[in-house]
Design a protein around this ligand. Structure first.
Ligand code: BG6
Length: 319
């Protein structure tokens, strides 16, 4: 029998897909993905981003097939974080005695949590759903620091923001003690490319640089986009920090790098012999498929007084 007063259907609101975040069973890595398919994976060792995939599954970061992912050494690939010294520490400095590139890439970070649909610390151009992962490291968390650095107090918050076409990484470095200290920092980004011989880097043409191959020589601007045809290890200090750097492969723009408070850009490719000499580098011809374009503040020391915070970051956009 037809009822005259049927109960009204309860309206069901459509489920809006949201970014997903998961922690591996062994608590060693965090993976985040967007409803549209992009993903990022961060190893707590070094808070190293070890994978950043586009929606179609394409990997944007090079990770050595021999990289140690068990915390026994810094990761060869992805985005290792460099702090408080870039390269070998100078003599007679508080960083003397630290390992090359400092200790952050070799320390176990804490996962602080996630937030979704944030636009990140840098202005976002996508406006779509995004996910932000935060990581923390402080001096109390370090097992041992073999230098004057053991007298310094710090707290670092590292944020990784995944947008549809972009990955942002940013640091807030706080001096939580009362002694002033100096630091350098850098995102050691290993970009995945198909063929190093087809690469041109635009945006550093008017920049003087220090050429670390064969001794640290000051070199004049090249005046043309950079191509890589041998071992390359250069520290560029572009006159304008706002200058975007574009990596072009086979005449097609591939990545754009923009920087906030990071005045230097290191361009590194070890080429055949250096790659062979690295026990954690693989496959043997992997150097043809990687290019490090590293945004940092490394050509001088940044001084941070007790209670002060330094903030800086980079954004890599897929073109
Ligand atoms: C680059 C440096 O940033 O890192 C190079 O400019 C260095 O000089 C390279 O060789 C790799 O360093 P590491 O310590 O990871 O082997």
């Amino acid at each position: 029998m037809e009822r005259s007063k049927k109960p009204a259907a309860i309206p069901v609101s459509p489920t809006i897909p949201t970014p997903q975040v998961s922690i591996s069973q062994d608590n060693s890595r965090i993976t985040a993905s967007l409803p549209t398919g992009e993903s990022v994976e961060v190893l707590l060792h070094g808070a190293t981003v070890i994978s950043w995939k586009a929606a179609d599954g394409r990997e944007n970061l090079f990770l050595s097939s021999k990289a140690a992912l068990d915390g026994s050494k810094a990761v060869r690939g992805g985005i290792p974080l460099i702090f408080p010294v870039f390269g070998p520490p100078p003599s007679s400095h508080p960083t003397t005695g630290l390992p090359q590139h400092g200790f952050t890439r070799n320390s176990k970070w804490e996962y602080l949590g996630k937030s979704s649909s944030e636009s990140g610390s840098l202005p976002s151009s996508s406006g779509d759903a995004s996910v932000k992962l935060d990581f923390g490291l402080s001096n109390e968390m370090l097992e041992s620091i073999p230098s004057e650095w053991k007298n310094y107090a710090f707290g670092i918050t590292y944020s990784v923001v995944l947008n549809r076409e972009e990955l942002e990484t940013s640091l807030a470095i706080r001096n939580t003690g009362d002694k002033t200290w100096e630091f350098q920092t850098l995102f050691h980004t290993y970009l995945a490319i198909d063929d190093i011989s087809k690469i041109k880097i635009h945006g550093l043409e008017s920049s003087p640089y220090i050429d670390k191959v064969g001794g640290a020589k000051n070199s004049s601007p090249s005046e043309s986009p950079i191509s890589i045809a041998s071992e390359t290890d250069r520290v560029y200090s572009p006159p304008s920090a706002g200058q975007a750097i574009t990596v072009v492969e086979s005449n097609r723009p591939k990545y754009e790098l923009t920087r906030d408070e990071l005045g230097d850009v290191v361009v590194w490719n070890p080429w055949l012999d250096k790659a062979k000499g690295m026990s954690d580098f693989g496959p043997e011809d992997g150097w043809k498929r990687m290019l490090c374009v590293e945004a940092g503040s490394v050509s001088r020391w940044n001084s941070l007084e007790g209670g002060d915070t330094w903030e800086g970051g980079q954004r890599i956009t897929l073109l």
